[in-house]
Design a protein around this ligand. Structure first.
Ligand code: CO
Length: 424
């Protein structure tokens, strides 16, 4: 098996066991533990030393890993930071989840981020996230994955709907759970999946996910079709490289933030103090001054990695006439005149050099000039820690669909790029 094929399989396995941001963070944690990264807790003092490898989580859904070179502090040149996100568009299950109509019980949900809603219909779904429960007077949390085909959001037959259907989230998109009067209330189902007593269950953060596993497709297996490629493909690639690399003269750091799909403005999102807090605590742990940290930040680089739009085979006119990324064409360097992407000439040049050194292909992306694009993490994160930054991604189709399509070779390109970044 070739290297890119092995990376591709590892990615699909990672995505399959990460049905929610909480699971993604837990699986990244496991990847780090295997490479002797030690857990630090925000509630405790940190003891860190040269050559050490550490990680810290916030809200169980965002995670920052860092590794220190074996160097005197004066010789540390700065930080090599990669950022990606752990969440994906979905539907969040509300309190009082059961809504009865006719003989049916449906679950009451609201949108999380901007899913392409029509792609979520007529396929097996389930729910995953975390539960908060009571144990000996304390609030505890546990990951929950109701690991079976459980729900469906049924479409309206074409004979009843007419040609063009518009979907109202509250009326059209509540998933069917079962028959009225059935034995198992949804709460029972959650408590059972979490392995806790029903009476102890206090609250949850639960999201729908599609049950379909990621797979290779295409005449020569050149594509992958999978849920949550945005942005678990980049999160996986960056953290894999982080775990496999030894730092040289920079402190390596990989941040995977939750809540990008809803604007990042949470305690654990990119628009929080999480990254800044970690940098300050690294400085304190090394016994260094504010000035030392500021000098290092000025000499650092942040690579913000979030998937990019490949040219669509049916709608090539939606892309810029010259900057046209294709699946399997390698890393996508993103530019935006309005600075939604942080890339500038200097950081673009650095990224081009890194891709050259890693021997991975590079392509460029800009929106069509008459089209507004999406936004991402980089320009939000640099408001808190103003580090030189560049925005990249891997090319994909059908962003925010229940299942997305990407190139089978591109994950390996990203791992190779991040390895060169972290080892240089
Ligand atoms: Co994204």
């Amino acid at each position: 098996m070739e290297n890119w094929e092995r990376r591709g399989e590892e990615l699909l396995e990672f995505i399959d066991k990460s049905p929610s941001a909480f699971h993604a963070a837990a699986n990244l944690e496991e990847m780090l533990e295997k490479r002797e990264y030690r857990r630090l807790r925000e509630e405790e003092d940190w003891e860190i030393c040269p050559g050490g490898r550490y990680y810290v989580t916030r809200n169980d859904s965002s995670i920052i890993a860092f590794a220190l070179p074996e160097l005197e502090n004066a010789l540390i040149r700065g930080f090599h930071i990669a950022a990606a996100h752990s969440d994906s568009p979905s539907f969040k299950i509300k309190e009082k989840p059961e809504v009865v109509s006719e003989k049916y019980v449906r679950l009451n949900v609201e949108k999380y981020g901007g899913p392409l809603v029509q792609t979520w219909l007529d396929r097996a779904l389930s729910a995953a996230g975390r539960a908060a429960y009571l144990r000996e007077g304390n609030v505890m949390t546990k990951l929950v994955n109701i690991d079976r085909d459980l729900l469906v959001i049924p479409n309206l037959a074409i004979h009843m709907a007419g040609k063009e259907q518009e979907y109202n989230i509250q009326t059209d998109l509540l998933p069917l759970y079962g028959e009225e009067g059935g034995k198992n209330a949804f709460q029972d189902c959650v408590a059972e999946a979490a392995g806790i007593e029903k009476e102890a269950l206090l609250a949850w953060d639960l999201f729908l996910y599609v049950r379909e596993k990621g797979k290779r497709i295409g005449g020569n297996g050149e594509y992958i079709l999978s849920p949550r490629l945005d942005d678990l493909q980049c999160a996986f690639a960056a953290m894999t490289a982080m775990a496999e690399s030894d730092p040289a003269s920079y402190i390596n750091l990989c941040a995977v933030f939750d809540n990008e799909e809803v604007g990042s403005g949470t305690r654990q999102g990119a628009d929080s103090t999480f990254l800044e807090d970690v940098l300050v605590r690294i400085r304190e742990g090394l016994g260094q001054t504010d000035a030392w940290l500021r000098q290092r930040i000025a000499g650092s680089l942040l690579i913000s990695a979030d998937n990019a739009h490949g040219v669509h085979p049916a709608h090539p006119e939606k892309s810029d006439p010259a900057n046209r990324p294709c699946l399997n064409g390698g890393i996508v360097l993103k530019y935006h005149g309005g600075q939604k992407y942080t890339t500038d000439a200097v950081t673009a040049a650095q990224l081009k050099l890194l891709c050259g050194r890693a021997q991975v292909p590079l392509q460029t992306y800009t929106n069509r000039s008459d089209m507004a694009g999406g936004s991402t993490l980089g320009n939000i994160s640099v408001r808190h820690v103003s580090v030189p930054s560049v925005d990249i991604g891997l090319p994909q189709l059908a962003m925010h669909s229940a299942v997305e399509t990407a190139g089978a070779k591109d994950t390996d390109y990203a791992v190779r790029l991040f390895r060169v970044f972290y080892e240089g």
